[in-house]
Design a protein around this ligand. Structure first.
Ligand SMILES: Nc1ncnc2c1ncn2[C@@H]1O[C@H](COP(=O)(O)OP(=O)(O)OP(=O)(O)O)[C@@H](O)[C@H]1O
Ligand SMILES: [Mg+2]
Length: 495
C-alpha cells in the first residue's frame, strides 16, 4: 500500500497508521495530510523528540508551537483522550538501532492506542512517520504500513517545469528528458530542495544535469553503490552468444512487448574463472541495451547491524525500482564473495535475510530492472536465489577465434594499424592457448611498455611521442615467457 491509500484507511476507521518515508519528505507529507484534515475539519499536529510542545500545521503550511507540552508523543496521546486532531509523530516508533526491535513499552503503547483511538468518540488519528518500518508480528495485523513512493517521471516533470522554467527553451526537449531521467530515484522533497539550491548556481540545463548527477553519485557512494565506470575496451571480443542474449533482452524493453505479456528478464549470472571477461561484459551490457547501470557492492550494502542492512537494501531496491521505469541494469560484481559462509549462520543469519529480501524483490518487482551478477564460484550462492535468474552463462577460456579477436582489440590500443602475416598469427595464437583475456590484455600492455622503454633508451624525449611502437611477434612471446615473478634483484652470474 502506498500513501494514496491514506484517505481510504481514514474512512474505514483505521486510526493508527505508519508511513515509511525519508525525513526530507516531512513537509510534502504534511501538505498531503493537511488536505485530508481540512476535509474532516480536524487540526493537524506534528511532533518529534526535537520539540517540547506539539506543533500545529497552519494555513500558511508552517509549524507553530501549541500550549501542549509533549515529551513522549505516544504517552501524550494516551493521556489526552479529549483533544481531537490528526497527529503526525516522526521517529516515535524508531526501534533500537542495535537490535532493530521496538521497546516493549512502545509496542504496548501502540497497541493501546489502536484500541483507544478507535473506541473514543473524539476523532483522533495517529500517523507515525519513519524512515524505515519493521513492525513486530504482534502489531502487523493492527497497523498498516504505507510507503511514500519515489516520484514518477511525470511528477518530476511537473516539479522541474515549475522550478527551472527560466532554463527551458523550445529546443531543450532532449536535455529536459535527460534531466528528468537523472532526477529519478530521489524523493520529491529532497529533489525540490536540490533543484532550488542548484538553480542559484547554475546557468544552463547542462550544468543543472551535472549538479544533480554529482549529488546522486555522492549520495549513492555512501551506500556502497556506484554509477559504473567506463570499461577499458569498447567491446568484449569473442562472446557472441552473450551478445545475442543481450540483444534479445533489449528487444523486450520495447513498450510493445508488454502487449504480449512479455517482460524484461529478471537476472543473468556470468559465471567463470578469473579474468575471462565477466565484469567487462556486464559493464558493456547496459551500453549495448541502451539503459543506465548501477553497480552495487553486495557486501558493502550491509550495515553495522542486521536492522541497518535490511534498511539499506530496502532503500536501494526502491531506488532501483524508481530508476528502472525504462530499463536499468543492476550490477553485482563478484556476487559470490558476499555469500561466503552463507549457510553457517555465523553472521546471525543476516546474509540469509538479505538474500531472502533480494529474492522476493526479484520475484515481485514490476520495474524493468535486470540483475546482472558475476561470480567465480556459483556454488556459494543459495540455490533458491540462483533459480530466480533467467540465464546462467558460463564464460570459459577463449577459443582460438576469440583469442584472435581479443588480441586485435588490445593491439589496436597501443599499436594502431598493426597486423601480422598468417604464419605469425598462428604462432602467436598457438603459444597463448591457455591464456585468459585478462592475461592477453596484460601481455599486450607489458609489450607496449617494453618497446616504449627501448625507444626511450635510443631516442631523445622530444621524439618519443611521435615514434610508433614497432613490434614483432617475437617481442610478445618474450613477454609471454618472461619469468612471472622476478625477484627484484638482477641475477648475478658468477664465474
Ligand atoms: N572478451 C574480451 N575482449 C577483450 N578484452 C577482454 C575480454 N575479456 C576480458 N578482457 C580484458 O581483461 C580485463 C579483465 O576482465 P574482467 O575484469 O572482465 O574479468 P573477470 O572475468 O570479471 O575476472 P574476475 O573473475 O577476476 O573478476 C578486462 O578489463 C579487459 O581488458
Ligand atoms: Mg570481475
Amino acid at each position: 500500500m502506498n500513501l494514496s491509500h491514506l484517505p481510504l484507511l481514514f474512512n474505514s476507521k483505521q486510526t493508527v497508521i505508519t508511513i515509511e518515508s525519508p525525513i526530507t519528505e516531512r513537509f510534502k507529507i504534511l501538505e498531503f495530510v493537511y488536505e485530508l484534515a481540512q476535509n474532516k475539519l480536524l487540526p493537524l499536529y506534528f511532533w518529534n523528540t526535537g520539540y517540547s510542545e506539539l506543533q500545529l500545521f497552519n494555513d500558511n503550511q508552517r509549524l507553530i508551537s501549541t500550549k501542549y507540552k509533549c515529551f513522549s508523543g505516544l504517552s501524550w496521546l494516551l493521556q489526552h483522550p479529549d483533544v481531537p486532531g490528526i497527529f503526525v509523530f516522526e521517529g516515535a516508533i524508531s526501534p533500537d538501532i542495535l537490535t532493530g526491535m521496538l521497546s516493549q513499552q512502545t509496542e504496548m503503547m501502540l497497541s493501546n492506542l489502536v484500541y483507544d483511538l478507535d473506541a473514543n468518540s473524539v476523532p483522533r488519528f495517529l500517523i507515525c512517520l519513519e524512515n524505515y518500518v519493521e513492525l513486530p508480528h504482534s502489531l502487523t495485523p493492527l497497523i498498516p504500513v504505507l510507503v511514500n513512493p519515489l516520484p514518477s517521471a511525470i511528477a518530476i516533470t511537473t516539479l522541474v517545469q515549475d522550478l527551472c522554467d527560466c532554463k527551458l527553451t523550445t529546443n531543450s526537449t532532449q536535455q529536459l528528458e535527460t534531466l528528468i531521467r537523472t532526477c529519478l530515484g530521489l524523493p520529491l522533497g529532497e529533489l525540490e530542495m536540490l533543484l532550488k539550491r542548484l538553480s542559484r548556481f547554475t546557468h544552463t540545463l547542462e550544468e543543472l544535469i551535472d549538479g544533480v548527477l554529482n549529488y546522486k553519485k555522492s549520495k549513492l557512494k555512501g551506500q556502497g553503490v556506484e554509477f559504473i565506470s567506463e570499461p577499458d575496451v569498447p567491446q568484449a571480443a569473442g562472446l557472441d552468444l552473450l551478445e545475442e542474449i543481450l540483444e534479445r533482452a533489449a528487444v523486450l524493453l520495447k513498450p510493445e512487448a508488454k502487449q504480449h505479456n512479455l517482460s524484461f528478464p529478471k537476472g543473468m549470472i556470468l559465471w567463470g574463472p578469473p579474468g575471462t571477461g565477466k565484469s567487462l561484459s556486464a559493464k558493456l551490457a547496459a551500453k549495448k541495451m541502451g539503459v543506465p547501470m548501477v553497480a552495487a557492492d553486495w557486501a558493502a550494502l550491509r550495515g553495522a547491524t542486521a536492522y541497518e542492512s535490511r534498511k539499506n537494501l530496502r532503500e536501494f531496491l526502491q531506488f532501483c525500482d524508481a530508476n528502472g521505469e525504462h530499463g536499468l541494469v543492476l550490477y553485482f560484481d563478484d556476487f559470490d564473495k558476499g555469500f561466503a559462509g552463507f549457510d553457517s549462520d555465523r553472521d546471525g543469519g543476516v546474509s540469509r535475510q538479505l538474500a531472502g529480501k533480494l529474492l522476493t524483490w526479484m520475484q515481485e518487482r514490476t520495474s524493468q530492472v535486470l540483475v546482472m551478477a558475476t561470480v567465480n564460484r556459483l556454488e556459494f550462492l543459495p540455490p533458491e536465489l540462483i533459480r530466480r535468474f533467467d540465464e546462467i552463462i558460463f564464460v570459459d577460456l577463449p577459443h582460438t577465434g576469440a583469442r584472435y579477436e581479443i588480441f586485435k582489440l588490445h593491439l589496436a590500443k597501443y599499436f594502431p594499424g598493426l597486423d601480422f602475416c598468417e604464419k605469425d598469427w598462428l604462432r602467436l595464437l598457438r603459444e597463448t592457448k591457455l591464456l585468459t583475456p585478462a592475461e592477453i590484455a596484460l601481455m599486450v600492455r607489458k609489450t607496449a611498455e617494453e618497446i616504449f622503454y627501448q625507444n626511450a633508451q635510443k631516442f631523445p624525449t622530444s621524439e618519443l611521442g611521435k615514434r610508433p611502437l614497432n613490434v614483432s611477434v617475437r617481442d610478445f612471446l618474450e613477454v609471454r615467457y618472461a619469468k612471472r615473478r622476478p625477484s627484484g634483484y638482477r641475477t648475478l652470474l658468477l664465474a
